[in-house]
Design a protein around this ligand. Sequence first.
Ligand SMILES: [Zn+2]
Length: 564
Amino acid sequence: MFRAEILARINEIIGRSILCQGDQAMKHHLQTAMLAVLILGSASGLGAQHPFRGSLLWSVLLCDYTDSPASPRSPADVRDMFTTLGTDGVADYWSRASRQGIVSNRIEVRGFFRVNQTVAVATAKGRWDRFNDCVSAAASGGYTPPAANGIIVMTNPNIDLWGAPGRAFAAIDHDVGAFGHEVGHGLGFNHSFSDDPTYRNAPWAQIGEYGDPWDVMSYGNVFGRPTARFGSSPVGHNGPHLDRIGWLPRNEIVTFGGDGAASHTYTLTALHDATPGGIRLVRIPFDPGDLFHYYTVEFRMGRDQDTGIPAAIVLLHEVRRGTPGDPTNTQYFSFLMIDPTGSRPPRSSLNANGVTVSVLGIDAVAGRATVSVTGNIAQRCLQGFVWREARPSDHVCVTGAVRTETRQENQLAGSRRSPNGGAFGPNTCLQGFVWREAFPNDQVCVLGASRTRAASDNAAAASRANPARFVFGPNTCKAGYVWREADGMDYVCVSGATRDDTRQENALASTRRSPTGGPFGPNTCLQGFVWREAFPGDQVCVLGASRTRAAADNGQAASRVEKP
Ligand SMILES: [Zn+2]
C-alpha cells in the first residue's frame, strides 16, 4: 500500500470506532502510531474480519511501574481468566458467544514486567507510548510476542482502556466486560448504536454510539451479571453483531419475504439460549436499493449469556451503512430502535417503510416470543425496475421507460378507440391499434408491439420481483463464491467445487474413522486421513490436502465477503 492509501485507511478506522475513551486531540497521534500497526497487520492478518471462528492468538502482557501498589490479581488469576474454561472469565465469555467457535487456549499471559517509570509519568504519556513502553519492558524481560499475535497490555494500576484491531490496553483489575468489549474490537466488531438522536454517551462519542445496553459493544453502558472471580460479565452480542461474525447458524436466521409472503408470524427463541435451534433473528428487508439495509427482530431474556438483563424483551434494530458522525463510512452498523415517546425505551413495534412489526406475546417460562411481521418487499422490484402501473394495482416490474410509455398509452386511450364502437363493443380500437392486455380485460388500445411487450413483461415479472430473495446478510459472498457449509454456521466463502467436496467429505466421514477408535478417541481417522479443522472441533476425516485447503480458505474468509 502507498502511504496515502494507508493514511486513508487509518482515518477510516479511527473515524469508525477504535476509540472507546478517546478524543479528537488523540487523532493525529494515533495516525502516526497506527501506521506501524497497519503495516504489520497487513502481513499477519490482524484486524477486522468476518466471518470468524478459530483460536484467539493473543499475548497478554502484564506491566507495572516503579511505584505500583500490590496487584489485586496474580498472573495465574489472569491466565485462568483468559484461557481456562469453567472459571467464568473471558475464555468462557467468548466460547459461549461463539458457540465454541472461539478457542482461547493459545493465549499467552506473561509478566509482570516492570516499566521503569512512575505511574504518574506513564499516565501523562500518550496512549501508544504507554502501550509500547510495556511491550519494550516485556522484550527486556525476555518475551517478544509472535508476529501473528494480537497484544493486550494490562497494567497495575488502571491508567487507560482502549482497543484497536489487534491491540488493546487495559488494567489488571478490569472485568470480563472490558475484555468482552476490547477483544471484540480485536475481532473487528464496531460499536453498537441506538437511533435516539438525543443520546450522547460522552463528549467524544457520536450521537447514539454506545446506545445499545443489550450489546457488549456498547460497554460500559451494558447490562451484566457478577462473576465469582472476575467482576461483571456483560450481556452477549445483539443479533446483527452475531450475524455479522457468523455465530448464528443458518437455520436460526430467517429473511422476511424471501418466500414471497407479505405477512408472517414468528415464534422466536431467546437469542442467547444455549440449546441450539429455533428462530433467533429475523431480517426484514425494505430497501431494494441496498440489500444490506434492513430491520432485524430478536428476543432477549435473562438466561445464559443474558442473565444480567432486567426483563424479557423483543428488540428491533436497523442495520445500515454509516453513522450519524460518519455518514460516508462504508461499513454497516446496528442501531437499536428507540420509541421516541416517554422514557425513550427500546421499540418493540414498528410501522415504517412498508413494514409493521408487533409483539403478540412473550412466554418467559418457555423462553419464546411471538411476533407478527407484515411488509411489501416481496411485491417490490429489484433495483433497475419499477411497477408498470397500467392500472393502480399493476405491480409487474418493468423498466422506467416502459412505465412512462404505459402512462402515455393510458392518456391516449380515448383517442385510439373508435368513437362509434364496433365489432368489439365500445372499446373497439381504431385501425392499427389492439388491446394491450397487460392484465385481464385491459382494453387500452396500443400498437401491436406494445401488446407483445406487455406479455413478455408479464412472463418476466417473477424474475424481477422480490429483492428479499437476494438478502443473505453480512456474510454474503462475492460473486464466484458460495458458503462452504462444513457445518450449520460455516459462512466461509469458497469455490463451488470446494463446497461440493466438503459435502462429500461430510457424507464419507464415518467411513474414514477408525471403527475401533484410537489414540485420538472415537474420531480417530483411518490411516491416510486427518481432521479437516475447518473450524474448532471439526474432526471430519479428510485427505491432508483438504485440511490445507480449509486453512487457506479460512485465511481468505474476510476478503471474500461482499461487504467488509
Ligand atoms: Zn470500544
